[in-house]
Design a protein around this ligand. Structure first.
Ligand SMILES: Cc1cc2nc3c(=O)[nH]c(=O)nc-3n(C[C@H](O)[C@H](O)[C@H](O)COP(=O)(O)OP(=O)(O)OC[C@H]3O[C@@H](n4cnc5c(N)ncnc54)[C@H](O)[C@@H]3O)c2cc1C
Length: 311
């Protein structure tokens, strides 16, 4: 099959020789805070399973409207105290005054948390509720303001969000890029992207960002897709497109979760390989608190736990 036909199906592979020569990429993982003791136990198994892959950091999300505040704090602290992993706490501007957010940040610093993923956040009901975001009176209005505020609290390492397909509420693509630049100028160290599937789209975004003076790494956010129906709903609210070839790959698998998982692993690994072939050497994985796909994808990329020394 020709390269152009493969590319049209999202399958144009990197040079196979490159796969073996390339250094393993740097990786980070994102978890969400568990709701129940059973979910916490399961998350803990996931954390232990991915720990030997030595991620650069692992981040814990903050529910829409700050709804998971306590659970996020608990999870982040537990990772700090009980593992060698570097935890990063997501923090949003929603439903809190500046003083409250500053106090949360100071408590994180005191607990040894040095990395914050600083976000504006979505309204309490989430983007799908149709509710519009409104800054809290006395709060940080946008992520750039939050980054500046956090830097006043302590010298945190800060990651921010970037949108290869433009944030859905942005006045324009250029405005969104200017906003990214502002977040970085305010002190953020890296940008992590919203999930995307079209590698060319990311590469064009990266070029535009570089032309706009963005000099820090833009880390692709990788979402292995196991539930295609759910993805359609999520993608609509966060403005991510789903290429036609992806729908074709999942066609007919609605009642076949095992095959969906194998397809998801293969597609995500292929996406990473194409990105690697284009100079990306760092990925942030949206784990959805599951380890098996992530471990398999990392394995395919050459990210592996050190082998135990032979007795
Ligand atoms: C890697 C990643 C992790 C995430 N984690 C979480 C999480 O844990 N919890 C959660 O609730 N959400 C999370 N989100 C979702 C995020 O909160 C939403 O996408 C939110 O709608 C925007 O957040 P932001 O930090 O990008 O906002 P901002 O960078 O503040 O931008 C938001 C919008 O406002 C516009 N804008 C910025 N400044 C101005 C201004 N001064 N005037 C007018 N418009 C402006 C921007 O162009 C953009 O359209 C995450 C997203 C990503 C990509």
């Amino acid at each position: 099959m020709s390269d152009s036909r493969l590319a049209g199906r999202g399958l144009l592979a990197a040079d196979p020789a490159h796969d073996f020569d390339a250094a393993p990429p740097r990786i980070s993982f994102e978890f969400f805070p568990p709701k129940t003791p059973e979910m916490e136990e399961r998350l803990w198994e996931v954390v232990k399973r991915v720990e030997p892959l030595a991620p650069r950091f692992v981040s814990v999300t903050y529910g829409a409207g700050g709804s998971t505040r306590e659970r996020t704090h608990h999870t982040v602290r537990r990772i700090r105290q009980e593992t060698p992993l570097e935890p990063a706490a997501h923090l949003t501007c929603v439903a809190a005054t500046r003083a409250e957010i500053d106090a949360v940040a100071a408590a994180y610093w005191d607990a040894g948390i040095r990395h914050i993923v600083a976000l504006r956040g979505d309204p309490p009901g989430g983007m799908s509720s149709g509710e519009r975001y409104a800054p809290h009176p006395g709060g940080y209005a946008f992520a750039a303001d939050l980054v500046a505020g956090l830097k006043r609290v302590a010298d945190f390492e800060i990651s921010v969000a970037a949108y290869p397909e433009t944030h859905p509420e942005a006045a324009s693509r250029q405005h969104d890029l200017d906003n990214l630049k502002q977040k970085l100028d305010a002190g953020a160290n890296r940008a992590i992207t919203q999930f995307f599937f079209d590698v060319d789209l990311f590469l064009r975004f990266r070029d535009r960002a570089a032309a706009a003076g963005v000099g820090v790494p833009i880390v692709p956010g990788i979402l292995p897709v196991t539930n295609f129906a759910q993805l359609r709903r999520m993608a609509t609210t966060c403005g991510a497109s789903i290429p036609a070839w992806m729908a074709a790959h999942f066609d007919g698998l609605d009642d076949d979760p095992d095959t969906r998982r194998l397809v998801a692993t293969s597609l995500a690994a292929e996406q990473c390989r194409r990105l690697q072939a284009n100079g990306c050497n760092e990925f942030h994985f949206y784990t959805l608190n599951r380890a098996d796909l992530i471990v398999a994808i990392c394995h395919l990329l050459g990210v592996r736990a050190p082998r135990a020394a032979a007795a």
